[in-house]
Design a protein around this ligand. Structure first.
Ligand code: SAM
Length: 290
């Protein structure tokens, strides 16, 4: 669904993000044969609750997080970890500074499907890319380190469209692990929902539309437990935080989804966290480099 939304976004005249791989993932999935891949295939246009409004949300999120990872890489982060990477094609799309590595953590069948599509396309990553099969609810730090992640150098973490589907304990464990594996100067962005949706929000047309048109029960996918205080935890560990709504970026870019009554996007937050560079680290790093 997110790949189809990215394909549509790519072909909008006012697109926020470009992902030329997205439509190939959708075409390769047999159950998605009649899904729209172009704006002119969305009958209701921007007013369509699923492909118009939610689709635009994914386009905006892609752009904002593209900007975040590239900004963080240019600031010195050299290893990027995509938690629940799914069909994220950033390793193939973005202009990475030299020496970066992108670790993509997801479940094996997802990574296999992705690899098959990319292989058929003859796609070449623009930086080193390391897929890692695993379950983010289990212990995954060992697999990451075995695959070459170095906890002694700056890292960039992304959990895009992941936390909302996970049990609270799994989200807490992920945030603790990211903190433990991150030296100062590291950065993380992740998306959360502030809590379970109210009944009025659960009645929003986007949910019935997703069920009707693509057979996806989005509400059934969301975890129903109260959400953990992930941002608060990172803050208590010394990270600096910026908590944004999608609408902050709609304003910034002058396009994107607008708020609506009983909005399914109202409790979505995008959290940008950075582990400040301590003076001691700067001194140590200068001493190391002479
Ligand atoms: C909604 S998709 C988002 C994918 C990608 N981050 C993006 O924004 O395009 C959620 C992804 O998380 C992965 N995922 C969900 N639960 C997971 C788990 N327990 N362990 C590993 N990956 C998981 C799914 O396989 C899927 O690829």
């Amino acid at each position: 669904m997110v790949a189809a939304a990215r394909a549509i976004e790519t072909h909008r005249p006012d697109s926020l993000a470009r992902d030329d791989y997205a439509e190939h993932f959708v075409r390769a999935a047999s159950s998605c044969g009649n899904w729209p891949l172009r704006p002119d295939q969305v009958a209701g246009g921007d007013a369509d609750p699923l492909w118009g409004r939610l689709g635009r949300y994914f386009g905006l999120r892609t752009r904002v997080l593209d900007d975040f990872v590239i900004r963080s890489a240019r600031a010195g982060g050299r290893q990027v970890v995509l938690l629940g990477a799914g069909l994220d094609s950033r390793a193939f799309r973005l202009d990475w500074p030299p020496g970066c590595v992108v670790f993509e953590l997801d479940r094996e069948p997802v990574l296999d499907f992705k690899q098959e599509v990319l292989h058929k396309l003859g796609a070449e990553p623009k930086t080193r890319r390391v897929p890692i099969a695993g379950d983010v609810r289990d212990e995954w730090a060992t697999s990451l380190i075995t695959a070459g992640f170095d906890p002694a150098i700056r890292s960039i973490w992304l959990a895009e469209g992941l936390m909302l589907y996970l049990p609270s304990t799994a989200e807490q464990q992920i945030v603790r692990t990211v903190d433990e594996l991150s030296v100062s100067g590291s950065a993380m962005a992740f998306e959360v929902k502030l809590g379970p949706e109210r009944p009025e929000v659960r009645a929003n047309a986007v949910y019935s539309s997703a069920k009707h048109w693509i057979g996806v029960d989005l509400l059934g996918l969301f975890d129903r437990e109260p959400r953990p205080e992930s941002a608060g935890h990172l803050e208590s560990r010394g990270w600096s935080l910026e908590v944004k709504t999608p609408f902050d970026f709609t304003r910034e870019f002058g396009r994107g989804p607008q708020p609506e009554p009983d909005d399914a996007l109202a409790s979505n937050r995008w959290i940008f966290a950075s582990k400040p560079i301590r003076e001691l680290d700067t001194v140590t790093s200068k001493a190391r480099t002479g």
